[in-house]
Design a protein around this ligand. Structure first.
Ligand code: ZN
Length: 184
């Protein structure tokens, strides 16, 4: 069933709104929308369309590396449906080189490469971007692909190695390739 889009000030239904800061307000015996959203006629409520749970400091996020620069990497944050992860806004994260590693990382490329799947923590929100860190044992790359042949890199006693024998470095999380199922 198609949901009816409702605009601020439009009639929602009869009744009263008790909740402070609600997406609807009452005037007389009627309810009106305070936001642009989807009308839920049955319950005389409005579901905001643009509402996204905001990321906050300390949230754990998953994402893939989309850009690697000299002093930072950019992450596309995955909108996860479940778990301790907060989804969507902001959708991009930035990891500065100083937050790449539990130890000293001389170069961003020793920690992450484009296409890697990472688990990171939000340090702060700066406008549209979240600043992220990998500098904790449970944080880092959880799945990486060989930059030469794109096969997944497996954890071996000699480090991360692909099936073709290429060896690469990453800043891995302590459960690299063993993180269970992610519900995207
Ligand atoms: Zn390879």
């Amino acid at each position: 069933m198609d949901k009816k889009i409702i605009l601020p000030g439009e009639y929602v239904g009869p009744g009263e709104v008790y909740e402070e800061g609600s997406k609807a307000y009452s005037k007389g015996d009627d309810i009106y929308s305070a936001v642009t959203g989807e009308l839920d006629e049955e319950n005389a409520t409005v579901h905001s369309r643009t509402e996204k749970p905001a990321l906050k400091q300390g949230d754990v996020v998953y994402g893939s590396i989309i850009m690697v620069m000299e002093s930072f990497a950019i992450v596309e944050i995955f909108p996860l449906k479940k778990g301790n992860v907060c989804p969507t806004a902001p959708e991009e994260g930035k990891i500065p080189v100083r937050a790449m590693s539990k130890g000293f990382t001389p170069s961003v490329r020793d920690a992450v490469r484009v296409g890697d799947i990472i688990r990171a923590k939000v340090v702060r929100i700066e406008g549209e971007k979240a600043e992220l860190t990998l500098a904790e044992p449970e944080l880092g790359v959880i799945k990486a692909f060989c930059s030469q042949c794109r096969l997944p890199l497996e954890k071996t006693p000699k480090g991360l190695t692909c099936a073709n024998g290429h060896r690469e470095k990453r800043e891995i999380a302590n459960d690299y390739r063993d993180y269970g199922r992610l519900d995207f």
